[in-house]
Design a protein around this ligand. Structure first.
Ligand code: DGP
Length: 112
């Protein structure tokens, strides 16, 4: 099994509630949802954070953004927030880049 948690989910070694899968991205429901819709979108290839993804694999970065928009349509969201926590100080706890698609309730600003 891969050492990276999200690589293991992509490989199917750890179960997840997968809502979308393509050659370049996998999206699954967050185990600890912070909104009625809380879905994580990850590239199938391992990159640590969104900065590295955009530099090393810009096509995969675009695929993550496109998947987020598709998920918003699938979930019938009137609006959504796409969050990439980047670095431990910003709250990143899994170092395989993932976009949080959050929606289904009114979201306040600024986030904490
Ligand atoms: P972050 O803190 O930005 O790195 O977000 C990591 C997210 O991953 C967090 O919201 C909880 C979620 N998560 C952690 N472990 C699992 C898991 O095993 N399965 C699923 N579906 N989500 C997980």
């Amino acid at each position: 099994m891969p050492e990276c948690l999200f690589c293991a989910i992509v490989a199917g070694d750890i179960p997840a509630d997968i809502v979308l899968r393509t050659d370049s991205v996998v999206a699954f429901r967050d185990i600890d949802p912070k909104a009625p819709t809380h879905i994580l979108v990850v590239p199938t290839e391992h990159h640590s954070n969104v900065g590295e993804l955009s530099e090393q694999a810009p096509e995969a970065a675009a695929a993550v953004l496109q998947a987020a928009a598709e998920i918003a349509r699938m979930e019938d969201l009137a609006g959504y927030r796409l969050v990439f926590n980047t670095g431990a100080e910003a709250g990143q706890s899994v170092f395989h880049v993932h976009g949080h698609v959050l929606g289904g309730r009114s979201l306040t600003w600024p986030p904490g």
